[in-house]
Design a protein around this ligand. Sequence first.
Ligand code: GLU
Length: 515
Amino acid sequence: MTQPVRVRFAPSPTGPLHIGGVRTALYNYLFARKHGGKFLLRIEDTDQKRYVPGAESYILRTLEWLGLSYDEGPNVGGDFGPYRQSERSALYRKYAEQLVQSGKAYYAFDTPDELDAMRAKLQQAKAASTSYTSAVRLQMKNSLSFSPADTDAWLQSGKPYVIRLKVDPGEEIVFRDLIRDEVRFVTDLLDDKVLIKADGLPTYHLANVVDDHLMQISHVIRGEEWLPSTAHHVLLYRAFGWEATMPVFAHLPLILKPNGKGKLSKRDGVKFDMPVFPLSWDGASPEESFKGFREYGFYPEAVINFLALLGWHPEDDREVFDLSDLVEAFSLRRVQKSGAIFDYEKAKWFNKQYLLRKTPEELARELEPLAAAKNYDVSGDYLKQVAVLMQPRVDFVKDILEDGYYFFEEVKTYDRKAVKKRWKPEKQALLDELADVLEGVDRFLARYIEPAVKAWMEQRELGPGAVFPLVRLALTGSLKGPGVFETMEVLTQYVTVRRLREAGSKLNPIPESVS
Ligand code: GLU
């Protein structure tokens, strides 16, 4: 019988979730849903020094915003709880003591100064490793070098101590990774990892392995940065006698900077003004507050789609996938080994794909609060009309109001180059003539405006180049934008005519403020 699929996302609440963490959550989610398994959220909060208040709720909000629902976790419960490691701390000690009893772990009493001295000595001797390994452990203060009586006396005295895993040299560790195939480590240089710290709390390694075992995790899907730790994890499974039910590992590729050189960092996000985090974070200090994908105006579906393809590729060349399509298509076997480049332009492209699928009604609804925030007093119907025109031209909904601001207020800036090239004071007469023509259009709809304007152009023997750039400048300040006749219709006859008649007063002389 094959083990049921149970996977977990196990973030440490040490700050905002990096985009890599979100991708890990997503791949776990997809894998669980694809195989009809369970997706768990486990909060790994045993490192008190790195604990950041508010980080856990940020993580929960992020998953909620993205629609990555979990079956078991801190706020939803489940049969394997509690799902916050700080609420399980007594348990880890019991397991560590069990390893001490079976000779797989030991108590160590060295002070930080003694550990520093050890490292300095090993460094000086140019030793192969400067860590606490089998090569030095008998020269250190621990229950292997002390007599049983001295060990007991120390433990009774209340002085601090840790529990370390006893790593024997000369062993080979081989495990299967679904992305990297077979991975091998030799134990010779591996250190005797601390399992229980002097504060009595477990280290990540112990808590992670104990919980993955107790929570019956079938597959550990996590970032590549955890690959080296896996050697110790395998040793822990062996030490506990749990090797037969050890999870299958899958280490996801790193996410690289847009130039492909090195790991994507928070600093890259700030430097290139692109989000590296999914939501905004109001951390403890001002430096920790920044904008995330949500604040940049991304749709959660677009973030999901973008992240799914950051390291995974489907069998065909399809790119747009919603969450249920992804569940269907996803497989860990198609996750690449090499680093995946974070391409912000691609992220925007994905947002655009989702924006293009929206109906005018949906867009108008999304625009309403944004327009209200700008004090635009407009109807839903008007927003709908503007949305239809701007939809193919923007990546984000908010850009409809930014790029198309001239639908809501007077033209503020004029394209300087275009004005210089196209505008001369004598052109006002032409715009006035056109304004007269437009005043004569009974039903001010693009389909009636167009023939009227074209008839006038023909009669006056004016080509498009002589008319449209000027009209665009007068109406919008720019040569770009939606179709001229559609723009006129939405602006209304009154505003169109007024802007044409007032163009000269704004453009003679060419205003300094033009951009
Ligand atoms: N707590 C670890 C982290 O913050 C979990 C790593 C793992 O999935 O084993 O990423």
